[in-house]
Design a protein around this ligand. Sequence first.
Ligand SMILES: Cc1cc2nc3c(=O)[nH]c(=O)nc-3n(C[C@H](O)[C@H](O)[C@H](O)COP(=O)(O)OP(=O)(O)OC[C@H]3O[C@@H](n4cnc5c(N)ncnc54)[C@H](O)[C@@H]3O)c2cc1C
Length: 523
Amino acid sequence: MGKRRWGRFAEVRIRATGGDLMNVPTRLNRRSLLIGTAASAALAGFAPLRAQEAPTPAPVPPPSPPVDRWQALARITDGGLLRPSDAGFASEALPNNLRFRHVRPEGIVRCRTPQMVGEVLSWCQDYEVPFAVRGGGHSYAGFSTTHGLLIDMAAMNAIAYDPATGRAKVGAGAINQPIYDALRQSGRMMTHGRCPTVGVAGFVLGGGIGFNMRRLGLASDMLVGAEIVTADGRVRTLSATEEPDLFWATRGGGGGNFGVSTSFTFDTVPADRQVTAFRIVWRQNTRKVAGALFAALDDAPVTLGTRISLAGVTPTLHAGGRQVAITLLGQFAGDREAFEKLLQPVMAVAAPEFADIREMPYWEAQNFLMEPGAPAWYRERSAFLDTAPSETFLEKAFHHLVRWPGTGAHGDLFFFQTGGRINEVAPAASAFVHRGSRWLAVAGVSWSEHDTVRPEIVRAAKKWQDEIYHDVVQAGGHGAFINFPDASLAEWRARYYGANLPRLAAIKATVDPGNLFNFPQAI
Ligand SMILES: Cc1cc2nc3c(=O)[nH]c(=O)nc-3n(C[C@H](O)[C@H](O)[C@H](O)COP(=O)(O)OP(=O)(O)OC[C@H]3O[C@@H](n4cnc5c(N)ncnc54)[C@H](O)[C@@H]3O)c2cc1C
């Protein structure tokens, strides 16, 4: 993104009045009338009548050609429209999850103001054009792709930190890296993810997890205000006291359900001067290491943020002696010695093959922990666990892990450590309902371009993933994380939203009665 120059149109723009509408083709947008023909201009400049004179019938202008709906949209967006024949369209249309790269929009608009968003929504309704809203474009399930109009928010990406309040206001089109840069410059931090190109909108609307969440809460718990454009074109300011229902829904209700968010305001805290960041890999005795690791980390202080991943291994490699690799990644707001003490029982089971454990300033650590997130083919299935994985569960999981059918990429079972501050918030206090867990388990598979012409490999990988996911559910895995949307979930409403679903549905019915914001897993 960002390589293309978005052209600009200079247009005469006239608000519609009752009288002007007489000779206007009915396909014009009902909210704003864009008159470009010479005949229309003559009508607009018609001289006033003299008193006694018999009224001369106004010359009837020849019917104007129907205004092309795309021209009308280009005018509304002041040239911020890209069509398939425009240079750069194909790359602009590409989602992060290449499984959905065939879903091509008819047009992409880049909105610059909340008012423009409102007019674009109105255009979509007038011309009955389906649309999707895109922030960073990383939806796992392709929910920011469409065959209609793609509403791209990338231009609304301003970031401002206010030292007086300690709050950061972020445009809904901003992606992670510039937000990190702004926070780093201000000496602040919040709960954030690891991928530099994930968008703040999708991230926070679904809750937003990261290595700070056990001590600071979810990103949506740090949200203190937001702005959204709803189906009626209204620009609404949200906070605990302004439109509190919609603000409640904004904190974990998932992207794309209630309107187009245009900005978010977060509380921030001073960035740690020093944290211990670590990446440790075990390849020996990993079945026992897994048990020891969950036991050691389960009672760890909330200043520890971790992700444990168990990598699938193809049977042939396994026979050749390779084991499931375990990677522990994360940060500890404390010194290296204290962290190593925590991990000592695990180190006693097996020495890691690789260990990079370093003290460094907070934002330097985030570079160390970064996940590049280049476009790829992937699918993830998630569930929350209220206890650490049991030995029985790990036994089953390892049975599957050493039978990874193998793609040109990865198959993993990974666990984000949750709990702490997240669980101090009541499930009904915001739309994010999953407040009692200790781990978030994810079965993830990805594949390569080469695999796309070997559908049997992809099918086998998904089957393998389904089996592991089934084991997670049998072991008590409940719910699903809306930020990792899973199109294969039958009971997705209950899994994403649990007991908060009725309130979310009622809010949706109030702000979007016509169900304008609609996609396969819309509330
Ligand atoms: C590599 C990678 C790393 C990740 N790491 C993390 C992580 O550490 N923590 C975490 O919580 N999640 C993580 N995620 C998941 C990520 O948070 C979600 O995929 C999120 O929805 C992506 O947001 P986006 O804006 O980039 O995506 P998009 O696809 O643009 O948007 C996601 C959804 O939100 C909607 N949406 C986007 N913008 C708006 C808007 N302005 N108003 C209303 N709706 C909107 C879209 O229509 C879509 O339904 C990761 C994903 C990837 C691919």
